[in-house]
Design a protein around this ligand. Sequence first.
Ligand code: NAX
Length: 329
Amino acid sequence: MSKAPVRVAVTGAAGNIGYALLFRIAKGDLLGPDQPVILHLVDLPQAIQACQGVIMELEDCAFPLLAGAKASADGAEGFGDVDYAILVGAKPRGPGMERADLLKDNGKIFTGQGSAIDANAREDVRVLVVGNPCNTNALIASSRAKRTNPANYTAMTRLDQNRAMAQLAARSGKPVSTVKNLAVWGNHSPTMFPNWFDATIDGRPVAEVIGDDAWLNGDFLKTVQQRGKAIIDARGLSSAASAAGAAIDHVHSWATGAMTGDFVSMAVPSDGSYGIPTGLIFSFPCRITAPGKYEIVQGLEINDVARAALQKTTDELLGERDLVASMLA
Ligand code: NAX
Protein backbone atom coordinates (compact mmCIF):
# COMPACT_ATOMS: atom_id res chain seq x y z
CA MET A 1 0.00 0.00 0.00
CA SER A 2 1.77 3.13 -1.12
CA LYS A 3 -0.91 5.83 -0.71
CA ALA A 4 -1.58 7.45 2.68
CA PRO A 5 -5.03 6.59 4.05
CA VAL A 6 -7.89 9.04 3.54
CA ARG A 7 -10.34 9.64 6.40
CA VAL A 8 -14.06 9.40 5.64
CA ALA A 9 -16.73 10.27 8.23
CA VAL A 10 -20.21 8.82 7.83
CA THR A 11 -22.96 10.10 10.14
CA GLY A 12 -26.01 7.97 10.84
CA ALA A 13 -23.54 5.10 10.61
CA ALA A 14 -25.80 2.73 12.54
CA GLY A 15 -28.77 3.39 10.24
CA ASN A 16 -30.03 1.69 7.10
CA ILE A 17 -28.12 3.74 4.55
CA GLY A 18 -25.00 3.69 6.74
CA TYR A 19 -25.06 -0.10 6.78
CA ALA A 20 -25.29 -0.23 2.98
CA LEU A 21 -22.61 2.44 2.54
CA LEU A 22 -19.74 1.62 4.88
CA PHE A 23 -18.83 -1.76 3.38
CA ARG A 24 -18.66 -0.33 -0.12
CA ILE A 25 -16.39 2.50 1.03
CA ALA A 26 -14.13 -0.01 2.77
CA LYS A 27 -14.01 -2.12 -0.39
CA GLY A 28 -12.72 0.81 -2.46
CA ASP A 29 -15.86 1.79 -4.38
CA LEU A 30 -15.72 5.39 -3.12
CA LEU A 31 -12.13 6.42 -3.72
CA GLY A 32 -10.68 3.72 -5.91
CA PRO A 33 -9.04 0.32 -5.67
CA ASP A 34 -5.66 1.58 -4.46
CA GLN A 35 -6.79 4.15 -1.88
CA PRO A 36 -6.70 3.00 1.78
CA VAL A 37 -9.42 4.50 3.99
CA ILE A 38 -9.98 5.12 7.69
CA LEU A 39 -13.67 5.19 8.57
CA HIS A 40 -15.18 7.45 11.24
CA LEU A 41 -18.62 6.13 12.19
CA VAL A 42 -20.56 9.03 13.73
CA ASP A 43 -23.92 8.55 15.40
CA LEU A 44 -25.91 9.44 18.51
CA PRO A 45 -24.60 8.15 21.88
CA GLN A 46 -27.31 5.48 22.06
CA ALA A 47 -26.24 4.11 18.65
CA ILE A 48 -22.50 3.81 19.37
CA GLN A 49 -22.80 0.21 20.55
CA ALA A 50 -24.47 -0.69 17.25
CA CYS A 51 -21.64 1.14 15.42
CA GLN A 52 -19.12 -1.02 17.32
CA GLY A 53 -20.94 -4.06 15.95
CA VAL A 54 -20.69 -2.67 12.42
CA ILE A 55 -16.95 -2.13 12.97
CA MET A 56 -16.60 -5.78 14.02
CA GLU A 57 -18.29 -6.81 10.78
CA LEU A 58 -16.07 -4.46 8.76
CA GLU A 59 -13.03 -6.10 10.37
CA ASP A 60 -14.42 -9.53 9.59
CA CYS A 61 -14.56 -8.67 5.89
CA ALA A 62 -10.76 -8.34 5.93
CA PHE A 63 -10.89 -5.53 3.38
CA PRO A 64 -7.31 -4.86 2.25
CA LEU A 65 -8.02 -1.10 1.94
CA LEU A 66 -9.50 -0.63 5.41
CA ALA A 67 -6.73 1.02 7.42
CA GLY A 68 -8.84 1.71 10.52
CA ALA A 69 -12.32 2.42 11.86
CA LYS A 70 -13.67 4.14 14.94
CA ALA A 71 -17.07 5.11 16.29
CA SER A 72 -17.85 8.41 17.95
CA ALA A 73 -20.77 10.54 19.07
CA ASP A 74 -18.51 13.55 19.47
CA GLY A 75 -18.17 16.03 16.63
CA ALA A 76 -14.54 16.94 17.32
CA GLU A 77 -13.49 13.30 17.30
CA GLY A 78 -15.93 12.18 14.60
CA PHE A 79 -14.89 14.84 12.10
CA GLY A 80 -11.28 15.20 13.24
CA ASP A 81 -8.96 15.50 10.21
CA VAL A 82 -11.49 13.97 7.81
CA ASP A 83 -11.09 14.45 4.07
CA TYR A 84 -14.73 13.55 3.32
CA ALA A 85 -17.87 13.84 5.44
CA ILE A 86 -21.00 12.03 4.27
CA LEU A 87 -23.85 13.32 6.42
CA VAL A 88 -26.58 10.70 6.39
CA GLY A 89 -27.85 10.87 9.97
CA ALA A 90 -31.12 12.71 10.41
CA LYS A 91 -34.44 12.26 12.11
CA PRO A 92 -37.04 10.59 9.90
CA ARG A 93 -40.32 12.38 9.29
CA GLY A 94 -42.81 10.85 11.71
CA PRO A 95 -46.56 10.34 11.13
CA GLY A 96 -48.41 13.64 11.07
CA MET A 97 -45.17 15.64 11.25
CA GLU A 98 -45.15 18.79 9.14
CA ARG A 99 -42.24 19.40 6.76
CA ALA A 100 -41.60 22.67 8.61
CA ASP A 101 -41.10 20.77 11.88
CA LEU A 102 -38.76 18.33 10.16
CA LEU A 103 -36.78 21.25 8.77
CA LYS A 104 -36.38 22.78 12.18
CA ASP A 105 -35.58 19.54 14.01
CA ASN A 106 -33.03 18.37 11.48
CA GLY A 107 -31.70 21.88 11.00
CA LYS A 108 -30.40 21.78 14.57
CA ILE A 109 -28.34 18.69 13.74
CA PHE A 110 -26.66 20.48 10.85
CA THR A 111 -25.81 23.66 12.77
CA GLY A 112 -23.83 21.49 15.20
CA GLN A 113 -22.27 19.25 12.58
CA GLY A 114 -21.44 22.17 10.29
CA SER A 115 -19.57 23.90 13.13
CA ALA A 116 -17.82 20.65 14.13
CA ILE A 117 -16.71 20.01 10.55
CA ASP A 118 -15.43 23.55 10.10
CA ALA A 119 -13.48 23.37 13.35
CA ASN A 120 -12.04 19.86 13.01
CA ALA A 121 -12.02 18.50 9.48
CA ARG A 122 -9.26 19.08 6.95
CA GLU A 123 -9.45 22.50 5.35
CA ASP A 124 -10.25 21.01 1.94
CA VAL A 125 -12.91 18.63 3.32
CA ARG A 126 -15.61 17.68 0.84
CA VAL A 127 -19.08 17.26 2.28
CA LEU A 128 -22.11 15.40 0.96
CA VAL A 129 -25.44 15.79 2.78
CA VAL A 130 -27.86 12.90 2.32
CA GLY A 131 -30.11 13.36 5.38
CA ASN A 132 -33.32 15.14 4.49
CA PRO A 133 -34.27 17.84 3.70
CA CYS A 134 -30.78 17.55 2.27
CA ASN A 135 -30.50 20.80 0.26
CA THR A 136 -31.47 22.98 3.20
CA ASN A 137 -29.47 20.91 5.69
CA ALA A 138 -26.43 21.49 3.45
CA LEU A 139 -27.23 25.21 3.38
CA ILE A 140 -27.22 25.29 7.18
CA ALA A 141 -23.95 23.33 7.44
CA SER A 142 -22.25 25.42 4.73
CA SER A 143 -23.21 28.66 6.50
CA ARG A 144 -20.79 27.53 9.25
CA ALA A 145 -17.94 27.14 6.78
CA LYS A 146 -15.41 29.84 7.66
CA ARG A 147 -12.12 27.90 7.53
CA THR A 148 -13.37 25.23 5.12
CA ASN A 149 -14.67 26.02 1.63
CA PRO A 150 -18.47 26.58 1.43
CA ALA A 151 -18.39 25.48 -2.22
CA ASN A 152 -17.39 22.01 -0.98
CA TYR A 153 -20.73 21.55 0.84
CA THR A 154 -23.08 19.64 -1.45
CA ALA A 155 -26.32 17.67 -1.21
CA MET A 156 -27.42 14.49 -2.94
CA THR A 157 -29.65 14.37 -6.00
CA ARG A 158 -27.66 11.63 -7.72
CA LEU A 159 -30.24 9.04 -6.64
CA ASP A 160 -32.86 11.03 -8.52
CA GLN A 161 -30.57 11.16 -11.56
CA ASN A 162 -29.98 7.41 -11.41
CA ARG A 163 -33.72 6.78 -11.09
CA ALA A 164 -34.43 9.01 -14.11
CA MET A 165 -31.72 7.31 -16.21
CA ALA A 166 -33.12 3.88 -15.32
CA GLN A 167 -36.64 4.92 -16.35
CA LEU A 168 -35.42 6.24 -19.72
CA ALA A 169 -33.37 3.10 -20.32
CA ALA A 170 -36.32 0.85 -19.55
CA ARG A 171 -38.71 2.82 -21.76
CA SER A 172 -36.30 2.92 -24.71
CA GLY A 173 -35.09 -0.67 -24.31
CA LYS A 174 -31.47 0.55 -24.34
CA PRO A 175 -28.80 -0.10 -21.69
CA VAL A 176 -28.65 2.53 -18.95
CA SER A 177 -25.04 3.25 -19.95
CA THR A 178 -26.33 4.81 -23.19
CA VAL A 179 -28.29 7.50 -21.31
CA LYS A 180 -26.18 10.65 -20.99
CA ASN A 181 -26.51 14.19 -19.66
CA LEU A 182 -29.69 13.65 -17.69
CA ALA A 183 -29.51 16.13 -14.83
CA VAL A 184 -31.89 16.77 -11.98
CA TRP A 185 -32.43 20.43 -11.15
CA GLY A 186 -33.51 21.99 -7.87
CA ASN A 187 -34.60 20.50 -4.58
CA HIS A 188 -34.45 16.84 -3.57
CA SER A 189 -38.22 16.76 -3.12
CA PRO A 190 -41.21 16.17 -5.36
CA THR A 191 -40.58 19.60 -6.98
CA MET A 192 -37.26 18.40 -8.45
CA PHE A 193 -36.99 18.66 -12.22
CA PRO A 194 -35.32 15.73 -14.04
CA ASN A 195 -34.48 17.72 -17.18
CA TRP A 196 -34.74 15.38 -20.14
CA PHE A 197 -34.43 18.14 -22.74
CA ASP A 198 -30.62 18.01 -22.74
CA ALA A 199 -30.31 14.24 -22.33
CA THR A 200 -29.44 11.76 -25.02
CA ILE A 201 -29.85 8.01 -25.50
CA ASP A 202 -27.24 6.40 -27.72
CA GLY A 203 -26.20 9.92 -28.78
CA ARG A 204 -29.69 10.93 -29.97
CA PRO A 205 -32.09 13.35 -28.21
CA VAL A 206 -34.35 11.65 -25.70
CA ALA A 207 -37.52 13.08 -27.31
CA GLU A 208 -36.55 11.50 -30.65
CA VAL A 209 -35.74 8.07 -29.16
CA ILE A 210 -38.75 7.89 -26.82
CA GLY A 211 -41.15 9.53 -29.31
CA ASP A 212 -43.73 10.29 -26.64
CA ASP A 213 -43.53 13.80 -25.14
CA ALA A 214 -46.72 13.23 -23.15
CA TRP A 215 -45.04 10.35 -21.30
CA LEU A 216 -41.86 12.38 -20.77
CA ASN A 217 -43.77 15.37 -19.36
CA GLY A 218 -46.20 13.19 -17.42
CA ASP A 219 -45.55 9.69 -16.09
CA PHE A 220 -41.76 9.90 -16.44
CA LEU A 221 -41.49 13.01 -14.28
CA LYS A 222 -44.05 11.73 -11.77
CA THR A 223 -42.36 8.34 -11.45
CA VAL A 224 -38.99 9.89 -10.70
CA GLN A 225 -40.41 12.53 -8.37
CA GLN A 226 -42.46 9.97 -6.39
CA ARG A 227 -40.02 7.05 -6.51
CA GLY A 228 -38.97 7.35 -2.87
CA LYS A 229 -42.58 6.99 -1.72
CA ALA A 230 -43.20 4.07 -4.11
CA ILE A 231 -40.26 2.22 -2.55
CA ILE A 232 -41.54 2.84 0.98
CA ASP A 233 -44.99 1.59 -0.08
CA ALA A 234 -43.51 -1.59 -1.61
CA ARG A 235 -40.72 -2.38 0.85
CA GLY A 236 -42.08 -0.92 4.06
CA LEU A 237 -38.69 0.79 4.40
CA SER A 238 -37.11 3.72 2.62
CA SER A 239 -34.44 3.37 -0.06
CA ALA A 240 -31.16 2.27 1.47
CA ALA A 241 -28.91 0.36 -0.97
CA SER A 242 -29.81 2.62 -3.88
CA ALA A 243 -29.29 5.73 -1.72
CA ALA A 244 -25.91 4.40 -0.58
CA GLY A 245 -25.05 3.62 -4.21
CA ALA A 246 -25.89 7.17 -5.25
CA ALA A 247 -23.79 8.62 -2.41
CA ILE A 248 -20.89 6.49 -3.66
CA ASP A 249 -21.50 7.72 -7.23
CA HIS A 250 -21.62 11.38 -6.13
CA VAL A 251 -18.37 11.32 -4.17
CA HIS A 252 -16.62 8.91 -6.54
CA SER A 253 -17.26 11.17 -9.55
CA TRP A 254 -16.22 14.27 -7.60
CA ALA A 255 -13.13 12.79 -5.98
CA THR A 256 -11.74 10.83 -8.89
CA GLY A 257 -13.04 12.72 -11.92
CA ALA A 258 -14.86 9.61 -13.16
CA MET A 259 -17.55 10.52 -15.73
CA THR A 260 -15.61 13.64 -16.70
CA GLY A 261 -17.43 15.16 -19.64
CA ASP A 262 -20.89 13.86 -18.69
CA PHE A 263 -23.34 15.79 -16.55
CA VAL A 264 -23.57 14.77 -12.92
CA SER A 265 -26.39 16.07 -10.74
CA MET A 266 -25.05 17.75 -7.63
CA ALA A 267 -26.85 20.15 -5.32
CA VAL A 268 -24.24 22.87 -4.87
CA PRO A 269 -24.26 26.53 -3.74
CA SER A 270 -25.72 28.54 -6.60
CA ASP A 271 -23.43 31.16 -8.13
CA GLY A 272 -26.42 32.81 -9.81
CA SER A 273 -26.27 30.55 -12.88
CA TYR A 274 -29.59 30.32 -14.76
CA GLY A 275 -31.04 33.03 -12.49
CA ILE A 276 -31.08 30.78 -9.41
CA PRO A 277 -30.60 32.95 -6.29
CA THR A 278 -26.97 32.99 -5.19
CA GLY A 279 -26.18 30.75 -2.24
CA LEU A 280 -29.19 28.42 -2.45
CA ILE A 281 -28.07 24.78 -2.46
CA PHE A 282 -29.59 23.87 -5.79
CA SER A 283 -29.11 20.79 -7.93
CA PHE A 284 -27.54 21.68 -11.27
CA PRO A 285 -25.97 19.72 -14.08
CA CYS A 286 -22.34 19.75 -13.01
CA ARG A 287 -19.16 18.62 -14.70
CA ILE A 288 -16.12 17.31 -12.90
CA THR A 289 -13.22 19.21 -14.41
CA ALA A 290 -10.43 17.56 -12.41
CA PRO A 291 -10.36 15.26 -9.39
CA GLY A 292 -12.04 17.19 -6.55
CA LYS A 293 -13.29 20.06 -8.76
CA TYR A 294 -16.75 20.62 -10.20
CA GLU A 295 -18.31 23.36 -12.28
CA ILE A 296 -21.94 24.14 -13.08
CA VAL A 297 -22.54 23.42 -16.76
CA GLN A 298 -23.17 26.72 -18.53
CA GLY A 299 -25.03 27.76 -21.65
CA LEU A 300 -27.91 25.28 -21.61
CA GLU A 301 -31.14 26.48 -23.15
CA ILE A 302 -34.01 26.69 -20.67
CA ASN A 303 -37.35 26.40 -22.46
CA ASP A 304 -40.72 27.49 -21.02
CA VAL A 305 -41.51 24.07 -19.51
CA ALA A 306 -38.14 23.91 -17.78
CA ARG A 307 -38.31 27.56 -16.65
CA ALA A 308 -41.68 26.99 -14.94
CA ALA A 309 -40.34 23.86 -13.23
CA LEU A 310 -37.21 25.67 -12.05
CA GLN A 311 -39.31 28.50 -10.64
CA LYS A 312 -41.43 26.05 -8.63
CA THR A 313 -38.48 24.23 -7.08
CA THR A 314 -36.66 27.55 -6.44
CA ASP A 315 -39.71 28.93 -4.64
CA GLU A 316 -39.81 25.83 -2.45
CA LEU A 317 -36.13 26.18 -1.55
CA LEU A 318 -36.57 29.88 -0.76
CA GLY A 319 -39.47 28.94 1.53
CA GLU A 320 -37.26 26.36 3.27
CA ARG A 321 -34.50 28.94 3.65
CA ASP A 322 -36.95 31.36 5.29
CA LEU A 323 -38.02 28.66 7.77
CA VAL A 324 -34.44 28.06 8.93
CA ALA A 325 -33.26 31.69 8.64
CA SER A 326 -32.42 31.84 12.35
CA MET A 327 -30.07 28.84 11.97
CA LEU A 328 -27.95 30.35 9.21
CA ALA A 329 -24.65 31.71 10.50
P1 NAX B 1 -32.26 5.48 9.63
O1 NAX B 1 -33.37 6.00 10.51
O2 NAX B 1 -32.15 4.03 9.35
O3 NAX B 1 -30.86 5.93 10.25
C1 NAX B 1 -30.62 7.24 10.68
C2 NAX B 1 -29.40 7.18 11.58
O4 NAX B 1 -29.06 8.53 11.87
C3 NAX B 1 -29.65 6.48 12.92
O5 NAX B 1 -28.58 5.58 13.17
C4 NAX B 1 -29.69 7.64 13.91
O6 NAX B 1 -29.24 7.26 15.20
C5 NAX B 1 -28.71 8.60 13.23
N1 NAX B 1 -28.79 9.98 13.69
C6 NAX B 1 -29.88 10.71 14.00
N2 NAX B 1 -29.50 11.92 14.44
C7 NAX B 1 -28.15 11.97 14.36
C8 NAX B 1 -27.18 12.95 14.67
N3 NAX B 1 -27.53 14.14 15.19
N4 NAX B 1 -25.89 12.64 14.47
C9 NAX B 1 -25.49 11.45 13.99
N5 NAX B 1 -26.38 10.47 13.69
C10 NAX B 1 -27.67 10.73 13.88
O7 NAX B 1 -32.39 6.35 8.29
P2 NAX B 1 -31.81 6.02 6.83
O8 NAX B 1 -32.77 5.15 6.11
O9 NAX B 1 -30.41 5.58 6.94
O10 NAX B 1 -31.93 7.47 6.15
C11 NAX B 1 -31.13 8.54 6.59
C12 NAX B 1 -31.52 9.85 5.92
O11 NAX B 1 -31.35 9.76 4.51
C13 NAX B 1 -32.97 10.29 6.14
O12 NAX B 1 -32.99 11.67 6.47
C14 NAX B 1 -33.59 10.07 4.78
O13 NAX B 1 -34.73 10.92 4.59
C15 NAX B 1 -32.45 10.42 3.87
N6 NAX B 1 -32.54 10.00 2.47
C16 NAX B 1 -32.05 10.84 1.53
C17 NAX B 1 -32.05 10.51 0.17
C18 NAX B 1 -31.52 11.45 -0.85
O14 NAX B 1 -31.60 11.12 -2.05
N7 NAX B 1 -30.97 12.60 -0.53
C19 NAX B 1 -32.62 9.21 -0.29
C20 NAX B 1 -32.69 8.19 0.80
C21 NAX B 1 -33.13 8.71 2.15
O15 NAX B 1 -34.51 8.88 2.14
